[in-house]
Design a protein around this ligand. Structure first.
Ligand SMILES: *Cc1c(COP(=O)(O)O)cnc(C)c1O
Length: 396
């Protein structure tokens, strides 16, 4: 019998739900009109877009006119950052964090090259940034603050509400508003998002992280925000994101978010118990491991573990041979041998950062799968350590 494969890389991407595929299907065939066309074909597609926009807006406690469809989470992040600084019309400060996804981090580095002054907030050992440090980083010319909601490598939750409150106070005494963006790609569909509660002006989501299709995302932009497009073309998405909308995928994204939000509590409970089972099992069975952030200050679906003295990549490959899919650091960092920028920012020692592996759960994972991982993992780690010169030096 063929071995069943186990997918524990749900923070990289997720399987599209069958209900979502079903919802999308007519828009590849029967309802193929261009939503910008005025005839009945177009109007039907346009109605589907409106419906999806309203649905997504309602889940974020936003107005439909504040939702802009994009090609992915990365594009949402880029439009947020470059859109705000471009509209400002003058150079200024940009504040972000050392633990952002590359979609933000590399955009900030580009802004730095263009002459914007950038500041990156530190993270503590749990992978959480400080509101006080943010307040100190604010300057007269600060244009935008971008802080992710949950980190994609370790799951640490950032104090978005507090930052939102503090910025609101700071903005009261300023002529030039500091805009607040949050990359919520890792929390959409997992935590109830409310733009008012969070106090954000801009917020990014991506469908494929919550069982929707790849290649579609959304950006929330608060009404009245001074933002300019970064690409030019038609009037689509109020001119902020020109190009014919991907109707089928947008419909799929709305359905995926609806299903995820409906099942948030149930899924969270299930996933949390799986994560804790794996975490406790690893601690019990394997010596010399470090848990990189978890518990109260993190989302429930990510478990990042350092297996000291071995290479995370080697462990990933061995697990893959056993039919278990995990990742080292972030999917985007794989292929580079640099230690994760997130773990470095958290002060994780190099020997531990090299051996870091991320297990990320989805609602389809089962207890049996976790038991299977706990069966094979200790032996793989032991074998790899036996081959590790560092381990042998330490333990002889
Ligand atoms: C996956 C991810 C992105 C990028 O989203 P894409 O849709 O893959 O471009 C951005 N930020 C975070 C935190 C992510 O996890």
């Amino acid at each position: 019998m063929k071995k069943k494969r186990i997918y524990l890389d749900n923070s990289a991407t997720t399987a599209v739900r069958s209900e979502v595929i079903k919802e999308m299907r007519p828009y590849f065939s029967a309802i193929y009109g261009n939503p910008s066309s005025f005839h009945s074909f177009g109007r039907k597609a346009h109605a589907a877009l409106n419906n999806a926009r309203e649905k997504i807006a309602s889940f974020l406690n936003a107005d439909a006119s504040e939702i802009f469809f994009t090609g992915c989470g990365t594009e949402s992040d880029n439009i947020a950052l470059f859109g705000i600084v471009n509209a400002a019309g003058k150079k200024g400060g940009v504040i972000s964090t050392k633990i952002e996804h590359h979609a933000i981090l590399h955009s900030c580095q580009r802004l730095e090259k263009l002459g914007y002054e950038t500041a990156y907030l530190n993270a503590d050992k749990d992978g959480v940034v400080s509101v006080d440090e943010l307040v100190k980083a604010v300057k007269d010319d600060t244009l935008i603050v971008s802080v992710m909601h949950a980190n994609n490598e370790v799951g640490s939750l950032q104090p978005i509400e507090k930052i939102g409150e503090v910025l609101k106070k700071i903005n009261r005494d300023r002529a030039n508003k500091i805009y607040f963006h949050s990359d919520c790609v890792q929390t959409a569909g997992k935590i109830n998002l409310d733009v008012e509660k969070l106090g954000v002006d801009l917020l990014s989501i991506s469908a494929h992280k919550f069982n929707g299709p790849k290649g579609v995302g959304a950006l929330y932009v608060r009404k009245g925000t001074n933002i300019a497009p970064i690409t030019y073309g038609g009037h689509h998405e109020q001119g902020l994101r020109p190009g014919t909308e991907n109707v089928a995928y947008i419909v799929g994204m709305a359905k995926a978010l609806e299903l995820s939000v409906k099942e948030i509590e149930e899924h969270d409970k299930h996933i949390r118990s799986l994560r804790d089972k794996l975490k406790n099992g690893i601690i019990e069975r394997i010596p010399n491991v470090i848990i990189n952030s978890s518990g109260d200050k993190a989302v429930s679906n990510i478990l990042n573990v350092s297996f000291n003295y071995i290479e995370g990549e080697a462990l990933l490959l061995k697990l893959d041979m056993a039919g278990i899919a995990v990742s080292t650091g972030s999917a985007c960092a794989s292929g580079s041998s640099e230690p994760s920028h997130v773990l470095s920012a958290m002060g994780v020692a190099a020997v531990a950062a090299q051996g870091a592996v991320r297990f990320s759960f989805g609602w389809q994972n089962t207890r049996e799968e976790v038991e299977r991982v706990l069966e094979v993992l200790p032996k793989i780690v032991k074998d790899l350590r036996r081959m590790s010169p560092v381990w042998n030096n330490q333990n002889n």
